[in-house]
Ligand binder design. Sequence first.
Ligand code: DON
Length: 303
Amino acid sequence: MDYQALLDEVVDAVQPHMGHGRAAQYIPALASVDVDRFGMAVADVDGEVAGVGDWQVPFSVQSVSKVFSLALVLARDGEDIWRRVGREPSGNPFNSLVQLEYENGIPRNPFINAGALVITDRLLSLTEDPSGTVLEFLREESGNRSVAIDEEVAASETAHGDRNAALAHFMASYGNFDNPVPTVLDHYSRQCSIAMSCRDLALAGGFLARHGLRADGTRLLAGREAKRVNAVMLTCGTYDAAGDFAYRVGLPGKSGVGGGIIAVVPGRCTVCVWSPGLDARGNSVAGTAALDAFTTLTGWSVF
Ligand code: DON
């Protein structure tokens, strides 16, 4: 497959969507990012990467980081985590509070904010430094030691994190939190504030296309666990738009409000696209259109 030619075709197909949507407004440090940016990278299972546009420009990974924190907990803890967090789509916005009370403080899945906070709480118990553990993993898998936390974004998130604090305290009231809420919130904000490029993220997500094998050939996850992470990405990775994402793209995918999305073609490649203009549900407009074009042109939807 000539990935470079394919990416050029994708860019042509996406032109009508470029610049559409709005950058995330509720985290002020993200609100000023230029919505005309667009980058896309494909990393095959052997670690060969091709890219187009702003594919080497670092952006705020935000919720894309939740795939990695989940994988790092599963790698250490196995299936135990599913007693504290579900794996069903929520049908609600990523920062919604309502479902948590009906469901006794057990979040629907690890990719909505409540579920990701439980994962960070568990990774804190397991490693003492969850954001540092995620960062180190991303550096190792991307081969880029300069991947770092954007301190301005982290401070902005912490200053405007009342909703996440509410979710965390609410779960703590149900006993679904082991560590002090402020410590978990701090690590969660820092993990979301990691800045890296499409190139780096496509490489870092390679284990999901390699059935659990890391870039150096060692095993992070058993094949069946990698399959399960991909399944949760497919059903829950784009929140209340997961059905539409499956309909249009048909791949396991995980979005973030920085405008990034990673998507996995198991056994073949990992794709990362970035464009900061978001739709009403917090997913990149041009990014989703690009992945739609990608699977339409290649026929690589899992369906
Ligand atoms: O907690 C938040 O709201 C952000 N740090 C991450 C949210 C996010 O990326 C949701 N994705 N679409």
